[in-house]
Design a protein around this ligand. Structure first.
Ligand code: NAP
Length: 507
């Protein structure tokens, strides 16, 4: 498309999940209103819009899983369900006047850095832009991963992923196979078990599961938090502090997890009396290596007579027969894939082309890396929210997002301070130094104790989790250190020689 047909904006934000909405609020707070939020769907909410499966809820308490600048004193439960979180995100959108910035049905198809003009060419399904700065908040839990199972095409029934729930399909009385035992599947199983005639769960690896102490927030608590906002802040502070104190168990003393493993095993023993089933549900790796799951109704659902646990991965589909790697066969009318997301091979990375014509996917082919989890070398004025090594094993991602928003705000201020047309490109040496520091710390963590998880990429490297406290990350992202960046200026136009004499000018 010709340049003149592109609208120029200062900032293009990709995605309207917690990261994108937070970035929009932060930009407005900085006095920046010349920005758009590009959203491929037709409403806000990101993963909390896409995941509508039965039982979908957050396993981080509501008073911590919300923006610090938009407290909600009226959370109905200690752990919120998806509808309440989504409603909260709509509320934030309205409260902070974000609607005029939203561009729905605008899927980013290509982002190309223009080294002459120092801006990004942004091509979307809903219109094209040029932007000085791009904030990618597309999120790591956005694109479903469905394993390539031989014969799946031949399956005559319904097939869908947990994040693309088919609400038109009535599961009542059906034989349903659920694939996977991650955070999504363990909520789906108790959510659908009472309705289906038979539920077959394909478990590749048993997860560690702790009880979830969910309860309604009382009217008195809500009254108190509304009247005295400091009490809600205190509650949030306590929830945060407890999780900060747990971090060293994950990052430096995985052996301490044995104590928590005992609690999880007693939770299993209480709910599952059948010793054979119990043995199949007992994990054989250190608790915390994969995400610790919280559920009080998962094990009781598995103990129901209409549920079969196949302790093996789904290996093949033959018509309506599902075949596990260990040879077990099960008949099904529908298959639900709770098999997670494309986290370490982000589809958006294939669409971003940086300074030397390389895509972000190519730059990250040996593993994702970004300075302070935000800036990749060779991709100027491009910031990723929830970038490499920013995910948490035990606390609220919104704490990380808000730290990255501080960094974004300072990034914008630095560009202003530099004046004129300028761009900041993370120095490869700074990215490498940051990454070495992160990977060195990773060695001692529970995530490196030997298990397969979505935290690890194809090379077995953990390029997703932050190996520290949220306070450390906050300190590390408080401001942009210009020494870690190259300042780019537009290339000078070649000077035209001034003719020395009238005769020369006439030639
Ligand atoms: P996930 O944690 O990546 O789990 C995918 C599951 O699929 C794993 O159990 C995996 O087994 C299994 N799997 C993959 N291929 C398989 C096959 N061929 N046969 C059998 N099993 C197979 O995905 P997720 O459950 O969607 O969760 C992803 C993340 O989303 C979570 O870790 C969490 O961060 C977030 N989430 C959060 C909440 C919340 O409460 N806040 C709820 C849902 C999701 P292996 O274990 O052997 O790899």
């Amino acid at each position: 498309m010709a340049e003149h047909e592109r609208q120029h904006i200062r900032v293009a934000v990709i995605g309207s999940g917690f990261g994108g909405l937070g970035a929009a609020v932060r930009l407005r707070r900085e006095g920046i209103t010349d920005f758009v939020v590009l959203e491929r769907a037709d409403s806000v909410g990101g993963t909390w819009r896409d995941n509508t499966y039965p039982g979908c809820a957050c396993d981080v308490p509501s008073y911590l899983y919300s923006f610090s600048f938009a407290p909600n004193p009226a959370w109905p439960r200690s752990f919120s369900g998806q509808p309440h979180i989504r409603a909260y995100m709509e509320h934030v959108t309205d409260t902070f006047g974000l609607r005029p910035h939203l561009r729905f049905n605008s899927e980013v198809q290509q982002l190309r850095w223009d080294a002459e003009r120092l801006h990004w060419e942004v091509t979307t399904s809903g219109g094209d832009y040029t932007a000085d700065v791009v904030v990618s908040a597309a999120g790591p839990l956005a694109d479903p991963r469905v394993p390539e199972v031989p014969g799946l095409d031949s399956f005559p029934g319904r097939v869908f992923h947990s994040a693309r729930w088919d609400h038109d399909y009535d599961l009542r009385g059906k034989r349903v196979a659920v694939i996977g035992t991650g955070a999504s599947a363990i909520q789906i199983v108790p959510g659908i078990q009472p309705e289906v005639s038979r539920l077959t769960l394909f478990q590749r690896t048993p997860p560690w599961v702790l009880p979830r102490f969910d309860r309604p927030v009382s009217a008195a608590e809500r009254w108190l938090h509304t009247r005295l906002p400091a009490t809600a802040a205190l509650r949030r502070g306590v929830l945060w502090g407890i999780r900060e104190l747990q971090v060293s168990n994950f990052t430096r003393h995985p052996e301490r997890m044995r104590v928590v493993e005992k609690l999880a095993l007693s939770h299993l023993h209480k709910a599952v009396k059948d010793p054979v089933l119990r043995a199949r549900l007992t994990p054989g790796y250190r608790l915390g290596c994969k995400r610790i799951l919280l559920s009080s109704d998962y094990y009781p659902a598995l103990a129901r007579p209409n549920v079969d646990l196949v302790a093996s991965e789904l290996a093949e589909v033959r018509g309506s027969t599902l075949v596990a790697a260990d040879g077990t066969e099960a008949e099904a009318d529908a298959i639900v894939f709770g098999t997670g997301f494309r986290v370490t091979d982000l589809p958006i990375a294939q669409r971003v082309t940086g300074v030397d014509g390389r895509t972000l996917a190519e730059a990250w082919k040996d593993g994702m890396a970004a300075l302070r989890g935000t800036s990749a070398a060779g991709f100027p004025n491009f910031l990723t929210v929830i970038g490499p090594n920013t995910a948490l094993g035990n606390s609220s991602m919104i704490l990380i997002i808000e730290s990255q928003l501080n960094y974004l705000a300072d990034f914008m201020r630095q560009l202003d301070t530099l004046g004129g047309k300028a761009a900041l490109d993370a120095r490869p040496s700074a990215v490498n130094a940051w990454n070495r520091h992160v990977q060195r710390r990773m060695e001692r963590t529970v995530w490196s104790t030997g298990c397969r998880s979505w935290y690890l990429d194809a090379n077995g490297r953990n390029t997703t989790v932050w190996p520290g406290t949220t306070a450390e990350f906050r300190r590390g992202t408080r401001q942009v250190d210009l020494a870690e960046y190259q300042v780019l200026r537009p290339p000078r136009a070649p000077r035209r020689a001034v003719p020395a004499t009238a005769a020369e000018a006439a030639r």
